[in-house]
Structures are given as structure tokens and as C-alpha cells.
Ligand binder design. Structure first.
Ligand SMILES: *Cc1c(COP(=O)(O)O)cnc(C)c1O
Length: 698
């Protein structure tokens, strides 16, 4: 199994941290002032905006809900850093002033932290205004430019020079939390709401931006117009391309690298001091201090080594448990994106996709799936219950969320608090919801023959009553087909009758002057068997199962869409035992070896969602790309497989595949469901939260 991992976003943090070290050591200074100018005052200027864009990107992906946490975290880090650099302030005779503490940072590299503290709430407020917010941040940036690289021009304009002069009573540079960072936070945030960019155009843009910045910088320095040189007109353009490129090629993450980058950034000025002290002590002043390249080459490894040492001391190195240590779900996000495209094309024009992400997105991880879909432009989601809806909001999902199941009317305030839309299960339920005195948005379920939830289709008066109830805002009307997955003539016929009933009810409501809002009828099988709805059109289709690239079983359907399975299920081999012919194994010794047998124990069991009698129904797993039968009774946390026929005995730690592909062999979820005695829907939705969740992009 090959899984290519390229945590580009995290690795570039480390690159950016090293570029900051370069700014403060000027590695090329001893050789060519022009080359050093380009390296440290042009190229390395991408470092700090990159940090800001990352923050903006991840905050926006979480609906900016993490802003307060990041703010507190930054404050703590800043206070710690202030303390750590206090000895150097004292040694250098630089008293710490309020002005430094609030705007400039108490040490030369620390300005970023107070700037972030100022910029975070500002950017969050601006983000609420969408494009206008970005425009406002760009305006602030332009003002900042006038106090930075373009000061020579701006200060000559009447009045403006004085304003800048006054502003410098508060801060040393306009490269701060007011003028500099908000734009980059918001540019990062813009990426959070769009589909992944293509790498090539981004790379071209980054290169073009860098060339333009080079020309800009040399011109400004040549004309001696700069007061400082952190801000360029073409810097945002360069950052847009660079960030897009890194985002496009990023696969996975590496927390250790991320932490190392932060530490290198924070501690490198101390390392500069240590290198100077060491150089004097060992008589290497010329090589390690006077020679700028030697200086840089000493400070960088020392900073990285110290960063590692600090992490080892704090015991935080790799503290997070990786998902693939025991048993896990592997989610192929590209397959999900592909399915979204295929399904959108399959739906009739004007029919939107409502992504059904109940039961933790059928075991796929609801927040992960919903956020990925949101980035593909999906903005309608459905869950089964209130708690799932709230979890989705907390996970940063911003689209419309419909609760398909019953909601306790007493919880109406929570519906409102989390902007969730409830299903009216029947007339009495609707009245009870209305009686709570809290305005709530609802969809009316119409019972067209399934007799589960819904107001009977014939009860037009009851349906109309719902529209008139105080506090209920009817945003939609829907029904559910209960035989669209069958291939018998009677099944299709029943579904057609349900469709007819539903359409008639909608027409009646419209005849009464009532607007049903969003109408929806089909679930997955209503799309796979479109004959059920006889070409009728509704505003949306509620798609669950097929979004995940599977079908309930192998019953033939009218429309075989090219869907990719999104989930693989894998587990580690925990132990391998030889068992003599005639010996038994597992609970109740339910397995008896007929021959000398190699038993592999897998670290996955019925508590993870597999049935206890998986072996009896023909359960198999893939090991070394071959099928091995499950034997004995499945335990709560383990199961046994017969690995005797493998070319070599498996080893502890080896990966077994319960659903998915290994080598040339594939075990489909539909097959596994048959061995579980059920349909894929049940098998997947039972996969336990104890399983790790790993993402992959093919
Ligand atoms: C679960 C559910 C769906 C999604 O069904 P799939 O067959 O998985 O697409 C749609 N509508 C309702 C009311 C549901 O409960």
C-alpha cells in the first residue's frame, strides 16, 4: 500500500522560519550586498505573510470560531517570549515600554505576536463583510505601504507626511497588526471557501509576483524611497500564488515540523547571541560572526537543535496519536469530490444536492466530509438529529442543515441557537414546536405511504395549518420513497404512486397560495432508479449512500453511475500464532483448526462495528493482497483470521484490509455487508468512533 504524504503547508512553515532567521543574519551580506538585499528583503518577505495566511485559512475553515482560542494562545506565547527575552533587554539596556509591549514587540522579532493580537479581531470583524472586508483590509495595506517601502513618496504629499509622522509616535513601523496583517489573514480566509486551486497557475503567479517584487524593491531602494522594506505592492499577489500552490500540493500534516517552525522563529535571536558568545569563546569570530554565511549556517542548525531539545524536554514531540495505529477508516477525499461531480451531472438541472451526513456521515466522519463538500460548493446538509446538527456547526459547517428525524419541541431554542432546520414529524409535533414561542425554521415531512414520519399527504388542511402556525417558518416540504431500491415491478410501481401523491400535494398547497419552499423527494436510490419519479423534478435530492460511492447491495439499478468508494477499513495485525490441527481458538473455542494453522489476530472487533458472527457468514479480510477467512467468534476488540495460505506468515503491525484495496485485490463494502448479513448502509453507519480517521487523496 502506498500512501503519498506531502505536508507542504507545514514544511513551508519551517522554510518561512528559516527565512526569518535569514532576515536577521543576512547570509549573503559578506559576498554581495545586492544578492543579500534580494534574499532577505525580497524573497524572505514572504515568510511572515505566510504565517498570517495560514492562520486566516484555518480560522475561516472553522467558521472563525477558533479566533478566541488562537488569540489567547498567542497572548500566552507572547508573554512567555517577553519573559524569555527580558534578560537580553536588560543586558542591552533597552527598557520594555508600553509602546513596545502593545505595538512593536519587546524584542526585534517579537512584533508579529502583538500584531496578531490586534489583527485577529479586526480580520474576524472584516470577514463578516465578505469582499468588502477584503477591500477594507487592502485599503489598510495601502496606507501601510505609504509608511513603509513608499515612505519617500508618501511623506512628500502635503499633510500625509505629518499624519505618518504622528502615527510613528505610537508604533515604529506600519508593518503591524493594523495595516499589514489583516489583509493576509483575509486572503488566507478566501482560500477556505473555494475549491482547491490548480498548482500550475498558482506557481506561475507566485513567480510573476516575485519578479515584480524584485523590480519594485530594487527600484525603491535605488531611489532611496524606503523607510522600511517589509511591505511591497506586489507582495499580496506573490502570496496569493505561493499559498495557492502550497495548498494545492499539500497532503496531510506534520505537527512536529509545525512546532519546530514556531520554536525556531521564537528562539533564533537567542541563538544569534549564543553563537556570538560561542564564537568568541572558541576563537571562531571571523568564521561564525564576521562571515555572514558562516553566521547563518551556525544559527539555523543551533535553532533547530534547540527547538528539538525543547520539544523533547516538554515531551510534546509527536504527542498526538496518529490515526493508523490500531484500526482505522481511510477516507479518500478525491473520490468524494469525484462522486460530487458525477452526481451533480446526473441530477436534473435546477435540482440541488443535499448531502446526507447523518450517523457521522455513514461512518466517514461528518465534519471532514461536510467541510470537503462545502468546498465543492455544497451548501445543503441533512443530519438525523439535533446533536448531529450542533456537532456539524461546531465543526465549522456553515450551509443549511436540516434535521431529518424527530426533534424534541422543548429543544426549539437550540434549533435557533445553531441555525438548524427541523422536520415537522406530524401535525401535533408542528403545533408543539410552534407553542415553544421560539421562531424556528422547518421542513414539512409528507407521508406518501411509508408511514414513518410525516403529515399524511391527504391531510391538506393539516399541512396548510402548519404554514399558519406562529413561530414556524416553512422552508421546505419533502417526502421519502421506501421501495425505490427494489427491482421488482411492484416496488417501482409503489414508488411512482408515492411520487404522484407528493406532486399532487405540492400542487394543492400551491393552489392554496402557500409556498412549499424547497421541495425534495429522492434519496440515493431515487437517483439510481429515476423511473421511480417518472421524470418529475424537485428542487433537491437528499443523497447519502451514493455520495460515499457505494450501493446498499448488488441489486441491479437503472443508472449505473461511475462512483468511487470513499472509505477503506484497515486494522493492524496484533499477533500471529501457530495452532496445531485439532486445537481450538477464541471464545467458546468456536474455531477448530482442521490442519496446522497460522492464526493472525487483528486489532479490530465488534465494538468497532463488525458483527460477532462475521466468520459464520463468510467474512474475509485482505492480508498481503490476498483473501483470508475470518474464523471463530469476533471479540469486542479483536478478531482471528486464518493466514495459513499466505506465501509468508504475517507479522505483528502488518496492515489488514477489511474494506478496500490491497495490492491487486479489492474487498468491496457491498461484499463485506453481505457477510455481515446486512446492507452497506448499516455496516458503514455502525463503524465506531473508536476507529481512527485518516484522509488520503488519490
Ligand atoms: C437517510 C435518509 C436519506 C439518505 O438516504 P440514502 O439512501 O443514503 O441516500 C434521505 N432521506 C431521509 C429522510 C433519510 O432518513
Amino acid at each position: 500500500m502506498t500512501r503519498r504524504n506531502l505536508p507542504a503547508l507545514d514544511w513551508f512553515r519551517l522554510v518561512a522560519a528559516v527565512l526569518v532567521v535569514a532576515i536577521h543574519t543576512g547570509p549573503l551580506g559578506s559576498f554581495s550586498p545586492a544578492a543579500d538585499l534580494w534574499f532577505t528583503r525580497v524573497l524572505a518577505r514572504v515568510a511572515v505573510p505566510y504565517f498570517a495566511m495560514l492562520s486566516g485559512y484555518f480560522l475561516a475553515r472553522g467558521g472563525w470560531r477558533g479566533t478566541g482560542r488562537l488569540w489567547r494562545h498567542t497572548l500566552l506565547l507572547y508573554l512567555l517570549a517577553v519573559a524569555v527575552y527580558l534578560p537580553l533587554n536588560i543586558y542591552a539596556g533597552n527598557p520594555v515600554t508600553w509602546r513596545d509591549l502593545i505595538f512593536n514587540g519587546t524584542f526585534y522579532h517579537l512584533w508579529y505576536l502583538p500584531a496578531l493580537l490586534l489583527a485577529l479581531p479586526l480580520a474576524r470583524a472584516l470577514a463578516k463583510s465578505g469582499r468588502w472586508g477584503v477591500a477594507a483590509a487592502a485599503g489598510l495595506y495601502l496606507i501601510g505601504l505609504g509608511g513603509d517601502s513608499y515612505y519617500g513618496l508618501a511623506s512628500r504629499l502635503p499633510g500625509l507626511g505629518v499624519l505618518y509622522e504622528v502615527s510613528f509616535c505610537f508604533w515604529d513601523y506600519t508593518r503591524n497588526g493594523l495595516f499589514f496583517l489583516p489583509l493576509f489573514l483575509l486572503l488566507g480566509a478566501v482560500f477556505a471557501d473555494r475549491p482547491l486551486p490548480a498548482p500550475r497557475p498558482c506557481a506561475r503567479l507566485a513567480l510573476l509576483g516575485l519578479l515584480a517584487m524584485t523590480a519594485e524593491s530594487f527600484a525603491l531602494h535605488g531611489l532611496k524611497l524606503t523607510r522600511h522594506d517589509s511591505m511591497y505592492f506586489f507582495l499580496p499577489l506573490t502570496m496569493w500564488g505561493l499559498f495557492g500552490l502550497l495548498l494545492a500540493v499539500n497532503r496531510g500534516q506534520n505537527r512536529a515540523v509545525r512546532r519546530t517552525a514556531t520554536l525556531v522563529y521564537l528562539i533564533h535571536p537567542w541563538c544569534i547571541v549564543l553563537v556570538r558568545v560561542g564564537a568568541r569563546f572558541f576563537g571562531l569570530w571571523d568564521q561564525l560572526v564576521e562571515n555572514s554565511a558562516g553566521h547563518f549556517a551556525a544559527v539555523v542548525p543551533l535553532s533547530v537543535a534547540l527547538a528539538f531539545a525543547l520539544q523533547a524536554l516538554a515531551g510534546t514531540h509527536n504527542r498526538r496519536l496518529p490515526p493508523e495505529v490500531r484500526a482505522w477508516r481511510e477516507i479518500d477525499l478525491n473520490a468524494l469530490r469525484q462522486n460530487t461531480k458525477v452526481l451533480r451531472a446526473a441530477l436534473p438541472d435546477g435540482c440541488a444536492m443535499m448531502a446526507v451526513v447523518k450517523a457521522d456521515a455513514y461512518g466517514h466522519g461528518a465534519a471532514l466530509i461536510s467541510r470537503t463538500l462545502a468546498r465543492e460548493g455544497v451548501d445543503l446538509f441533512a443530519v438525523a438529529c439535533l446533536s448531529e446538527g450542533i456537532a456539524l456547526r461546531k465543526g465549522g459547517v456553515r450551509g443549511k442543515i436540516l434535521v431529518l428525524g424527530w426533534t424534541d419541541p422543548a429543544q426549539a431554542p437550540l434549533l435557533r441557537r445553531w441555525r438548524l432546520c427541523a422536520t415537522v414529524a406530524d401535525a401535533e409535533h408542528g403545533r408543539a414546536l410552534s407553542a415553544q414561542g421560539v421562531p424556528v425554521h422547518v421542513h414539512l415531512a409528507v407521508d406518501t405511504g411509508m408511514h414513518r414520519l410525516g403529515i399524511p399527504a391527504e391531510e391538506t388542511a393539516q399541512l396548510a395549518e402548519m404554514f399558519a402556525l406562529p413561530n414556524l417558518r416553512v422552508d421546505g416540504v419533502y417526502s421519502h420513497l421506501c421501495t425505490s431500491d427494489g427491482d421488482a415491478t411492484a416496488d417501482r410501481e409503489f414508488a411512482r404512486r408515492q411520487t404522484e401523491k407528493f406532486s399532487r400535494t405540492l400542487a394543492l398547497l400551491q393552489g392554496l397560495g402557500l409556498d412549499p419552499g424547497l421541495t425534495h423527494l429522492q434519496a440515493s436510490y431515487g437517483v439510481l432508479n429515476p423511473g421511480c419519479v417518472q421524470g418529475q423534478r424537485f428542487d433537491a435530492a437528499r443523497l447519502g449512500l451514493i455520495l460515499y460511492g457505494v450501493r446498499s447491495d448488488d441489486t441491479p439499478v437503472e443508472c449505473a453511475l461511475p462512483l468511487w468508494p470513499v472509505l477503506s477499513l484497515r486494522a493492524r495485525v496484533a499477533a500471529v500464532h501457530p495452532v496445531r490441527a485439532g486445537e481450538g481458538a477464541g471464545y467458546g473455542l468456536a474455531f477448530t483448526a482442521r490442519r496446522d494453522t497460522c492464526l493472525a489476530v487483528l486489532a479490530i472487533g465488534y465494538a468497532d462495528g463488525l458483527p460477532r458472527d462475521y466468520a459464520a457468514k463468510g467474512g474475509v479480510v485482505l492480508l498481503q493482497g490476498r483473501r483470508c477467512p475470518v474464523v471463530g467468534r469476533v471479540c469486542m476488540d479483536q478478531m482471528l483470521v486464518d493466514a495459513t495460505d499466505l506465501p509468508r506468515p504475517p507479522q505483528a503491525g502488518e496492515i489488514a484490509t477489511l474494506i478496500g484495496t490491497d495490492g491487486g485485490e479489492t474487498l468491496r463494502a457491498e461484499e463485506a455487508a453481505v457477510a455481515c448479513g446486512t446492507i452497506t448502509n448499516e455496516l458503514l453507519s455502525r463503524l465506531g468512533p473508536r476507529l481512527g480517521l485518516q484522509t488520503r487523496e488519490t
